[in-house]
Design a protein around this ligand. Sequence first.
Ligand code: FAD
Length: 512
Amino acid sequence: MSTNRRDFIKFVVAGAASAGCPIDLSLIAAPSGGANSSAEVDGEQNRICHQVRDQGSNSFARPSPSARHDVVIVGGGVSGLAAAYRLPQRDFLLLEKEPHWGGNAYEMEYAGSVYATGSAFLTRDEYAYHFAKEIGLTPLPVNSSDASIIHGELVVDTWGAGLDKLPYSASVREGFKKFRKEMTAIDVEKRGRELAQKAFVDFLKGYPPELKLWWDNFGPSNWGATSETSNAGLAIGSLQEMVEESRTDDRYTWPGGLGAITKKLADLLLPKHKQRMQTGATTVAVVSEKEEVQVTYLLGGELKTVAAKAVIMASPKFITRRIVEGLPEKQSDAMKQIRYIPYPVVNLIFDQPVFNHGYDTWCPGNTFTDFVVADWVIEKRPAYKQKCNIISCYTPMKEEDRGYLLNEIGCRKIAANVLNDFQKLMPGMKVDPIEVHIYRRGHPLYMSTPGLYTETQPLARHPMDRVFFANTDSEGPESTTNTGILAAQRAVQQVEARLAGKPLAKEHAIAG
Ligand SMILES: Cc1cc2nc3c(=O)[nH]c(=O)nc-3n(C[C@H](O)[C@H](O)[C@H](O)COP(=O)(O)OP(=O)(O)OC[C@H]3O[C@@H](n4cnc5c(N)ncnc54)[C@H](O)[C@@H]3O)c2cc1C
């Protein structure tokens, strides 16, 4: 496609420009005597970002509490929304910094067709499946074994029958098969703790480099880490699931992915609790006093403080550790150890069918790792007519490349590279989309590094008197909508116990 033709395609950039910032700085008024007036914010986001990061919540003059609540919940992703949903009898206040609910499980729409900007699917054995049903959603079966596109060829059911058809030499194919055999023989449950502390790359030694390339594509998409930085148990467990999936696929979703869950939660909560659910509200300080916790947030340029009997932090830990005052050093250090990758999702919107061969297709060696057909789970309905073929390209990036997401030119470039690579995948895919949407996020997915699940996360989620920690990054072993919901339920139980003056339930031991 010529540069001129590309200029006719509309590129839409969504998601906060301050994707890497702990706080939406464009909303912050200058602290007294400070040099960072709001007029300077444009173009100087990094400098101010770092200033806030370094000075912490002390740089805000906190007003006295203007209201009191039972529970304040910080963060309106699936975890914060689920916490609110589980506290119907409580006077809660839910604060979300973005102008919309959903966090990393957020769906968008193009001319009536829904697409995902993040979280894609859940599995039937996850609690989230039952939770979705409880809130009135019917999970739709994916029923598709994942394919890969390698050297221009579509290989259906990569880890099942597809292994015999990989377009590699016979010895490389044998390497893939030997690996599958050896990995499926491992008892992941029994060796849980040991494997969670090992790096997956050790298990790839002696195998062809093509195998490592495949996993260095799959890992970052699913749990943010390449084979060098992956928890080995997670990777081996995933392979076992894929082998199983090639027989029966237990994945479920909706058009637009798991954003359907956060949308439904917001739709259920808003009619009753609108006054106690605030978007565009950035929490800047959480300070424990003797009998209460004071939460200060910025709303429309104004700082407000509310007092609460308890607080649930459903924001990610890289932000949480900067706004909760008085965290024990060890806990703050544990939160700091959690690493997050930058991870935009690029949606290619076609007004004609381009690819409808499978739900999730893996593409090692490209700018993006895999792509999902947005309406796959309803495509085969007899009365359904596809208006747009929307392809969600998952584009995890290296930590050091995060800066590209900070400006529109960087984002446009990423989106253009994704489009280029997509069009070169297979004959027949060189079609121009009508629009290309990129949803940028600077730190959405934590990396499932060795030791994170067994050592770091238990420390990071430890309750701090009246402050409790939700968000998927409290739980592990990988970032999922499911663990976001489970973290919320655990935090709600802890809040109820604390408010009833009961001792907290003991943590469950980690498998292994
Ligand atoms: C590209 C991608 C694909 C994924 N695919 C899947 C998948 O297929 N299946 C799956 O189960 N999971 C998937 N995940 C993971 C899943 O999306 C997340 O684990 C889940 O959405 C996390 O929800 P959460 O509420 O714990 O955190 P978040 O979604 O991070 O929500 C935290 C919220 O807190 C808000 N916040 C932060 N700071 C403040 C503040 N100071 N004041 C107020 N609000 C604040 C944020 O804006 C955000 O809305 C994927 C993630 C990504 C990025």
